[in-house]
Design a protein around this ligand. Structure first.
Ligand SMILES: [Ca+2]
Length: 449
């Protein structure tokens, strides 16, 4: 089944205007951010206990086959939870540049009835492998969700935000069948940990588990969990602070870090701290990793939810080796603790909440209006965010909410080899308001006449 909708590029900022001064870019960004953040983010936080929200209403007409111009998703229709206080007055539309043109897309439902899917990867032969947080790896082959999981990992501890989270295919998966997963488990004393395990896939089954990295501190919250192979063939791991902020600044701990490993789990000789898998540090709860086509690595990160007496300040960071991203001494772009050489985020959400998770760059040319932009999913914001970056990748130019409130909480976005985009909903993770079909795998396809 499929539904159609028409999206409109909110931004009038084209490539020729991206080279403007920083001040101009900042002004543009401020103008563009205002309706965007109001649209999808009200008060509240991801890790706080939210009230059940009303069923999200589509913000675009369903089954609209023609790219009829209509306004972008409006703040009033964004479907933020009933838990929110009285809505802020709608910002003046005049503050937003007119849409530059429609982005006609078709949204297909690939699979339904999943339970808190967390990551999806696409094999060279077209099969989709995805995790379900309780501990299952599922396979979609020839468009059909196979009834039998590829593996059920009994050791997984699904607790709070933990469980079976990340998944990545080895760059040579077609020949070696290696699949990596990241999951939370409990040791004999009851303490939570996270580990990275490599399986081998044979005939849609995962066998021969081999632990490649263990000892990542775990907790009921802040388990990070995204894993991905970089363009350099190394395995990157996003680890949360396990609710112990001080660990993020402790180079002896694997918590609150972006880690970098050889595929066999050994430490690459060119890591910034000799003998250590730590690639960058000072992270609170990073859940998204994405590489720009030129090799720059970005990570999304959840800001505080009451810790340090602060909330929101979710981040998009440009990750560089050996750098300190601040947590808990710097929150968003503000130093709140000890001074230090902290890297500020490329963009932070300020007082609003994105609750950002998976991320991917648009690189294929299938969506020309979004080409080169960073997409990242929002859980509490129930939105796919599109971030237009400056040419050097260090400045945010514009942020646009896509599908605000249409599909509920969104956990992952993946660009397929054919350029279409896959989305995972996360409405059965304990914080959503699932529909009968949830959770779902959705596919966004350009709606070319
Ligand atoms: Ca930071």
């Amino acid at each position: 089944m499929s539904a159609r909708c028409v999206l409109h590029r909110r931004s009038a900022v084209g490539p020729a205007r991206r080279r403007g001064s920083g001040a101009r870019a900042a002004l543009l960004l401020a103008l563009l951010l205002l309706p965007a953040v109001l649209a999808a983010c009200r008060s509240g936080s991801e890790s706080a206990t939210p009230a059940q929200s009303p069923a999200a209403k589509p913000t675009q007409p369903a089954a609209s086959a023609s790219p009829t111009p209509s306004p972008p998703a409006s703040p009033a229709a964004a479907g933020e939870p009933a838990a929110s206080p009285a809505p802020t007055p709608t910002p003046e539309p005049a503050a937003t540049p007119a849409p530059a043109g429609p982005v006609p897309v078709r949204v297909e439902t690939v699979a339904t009835g999943l339970e808190a899917p967390w990551e999806l990867a696409i094999a060279p032969d077209g099969r989709l492998f995805l995790t379900e947080r309780p501990g299952r790896v599922r396979v979609i082959a020839d468009g059909q969700l196979l009834p039998e999981p590829a593996v059920v990992i009994q050791e997984v501890a699904e607790v709070g935000e933990g469980g079976l989270l990340g998944l990545a295919l080895h760059p040579d998966f077609a020949s070696n069948g290696y699949i990596y997963v990241y999951y939370t488990y409990r040791d004999g004393s009851g303490a939570f940990w996270n580990r990275v395990v490599r399986y081998t896939e044979r005939d849609n089954r995962l066998i021969d588990p081999l632990v490649v990295l263990d000892g990542i501190p775990g907790a009921s919250l802040h388990d990070g969990g995204r894993i991905a192979f970089g363009l350099d063939g190394k395995l990157y791991v996003a680890a949360g602070d396990a609710r112990n902020p001080a660990l993020a600044q402790d180079l002896g701990s694997l918590a609150g870090k972006v880690l970098r490993l050889n595929p066999d789990g050994s430490v690459p000789s060119d890591n910034p701290f000799p003998g250590s898998p730590v690639w960058s540090y000072g992270h609170r709860n990073p859940q998204g990793l994405a590489w720009a086509p030129d090799g720059r690595l970005y990570a999304t990160e959840h800001g505080p939810t009451g810790d340090l007496g602060m909330a929101a300040h979710d981040e998009v960071n440009l990750i560089e080796p050996g750098r300190n991203y601040g947590w808990p001494e710097m929150v968003g772009a503000t130093v709140v603790g000890a001074p230090g050489d902290y890297v500020p985020p490329v963009l932070e959400s300020g007082q609003q909440t994105w609750a950002p998770s998976g991320a991917a760059f648009v690189s294929s040319g299938r969506f020309p209006q979004w080409q080169g932009d960073l997409l990242f999913t929002g859980l509490r914001s129930r939105t796919l965010w599109r971030l237009d970056l400056s040419e050097d990748g260090r400045q945010a130019v514009a942020l646009e909410p896509l599908f605000a409130g249409e599909f509920g909480r969104l956990r992952a976005v993946v660009e397929a080899p054919d350029g279409t985009l896959y989305l995972l909903t996360s409405n059965r993770d304990g914080r959503g308001n699932p529909s009968a079909e949830d959770d779902r795998v959705l596919r966004i396809v350009p709606d070319v006449p």
